[in-house]
Write a new protein. Structure first.
Length: 168
């Protein structure tokens, strides 16, 4: 192989590797630390996957389960499940959502609202926990109580995914 041709092949190969490593090709679900913008959690995501954010309501001290669905470039707030009313909890159906009683007796507030991201203040008593792919992730393990964490979906490069605690 001639030198110019070899140089061209090597350059093209290096460009392909760089493109693979740095180009945002992969959809990821990540939790971003509001203090410094770094990824506290990051993993490849698939459209249609659901994430459940659970916490203890600050007033009535009862559990609440918020379901989020991952879409290609955003999240959808699907529903909230709770077993008793409390401050800030819906008590009737409105144009924003439908309140019903599920077969198991829990109250369900169905919303199906697309959002670019969801920001949560890590509670001191709320014990915010994210259930994703059968794994429980305590938000207090990712950030100090009182800190803001943002849940979002975006395209990411392989390098970013590997560098930011990616799991499969």
């Amino acid at each position: 192989m001639s030198r110019p041709r070899l140089a061209w092949v090597l350059t093209a190969g290096a460009a392909a590797v760089a493109l693979f490593l740095f180009w945002p090709l992969f959809p990821v679900f990540e939790i971003v630390d509001g203090r410094n913008g770094s990824a506290a959690f990051c993993t490849r995501a698939r459209t249609g996957e659901e994430v459940v954010l659970s916490f203890v309501h600050s007033v009535n001290r009862r559990p609440v389960y918020d379901t989020l669905r991952i879409e290609s470039d955003h999240l959808v707030i699907v529903r909230s499940r709770f077993d008793s009313f409390g401050a800030g909890m819906p008590d009737v159906s409105t144009q924003d959502g439908t309140l019903s009683i599920a077969e198991d007796g829990w109250l369900e507030w169905v919303v199906n609202r697309p959002v670019p991201e969801v920001t949560v203040r890590v509670g001191r008593v709320a014990d915010h926990t994210l259930r994703y792919r059968g794994r429980d992730i305590r938000l207090s393990d990712l950030a100090e109580p009182g800190s803001a964490l943002t849940l979002r979906v975006r395209k990411s490069s392989w390098l970013h995914l590997l560098r930011n605690r990616g799991i499969s």
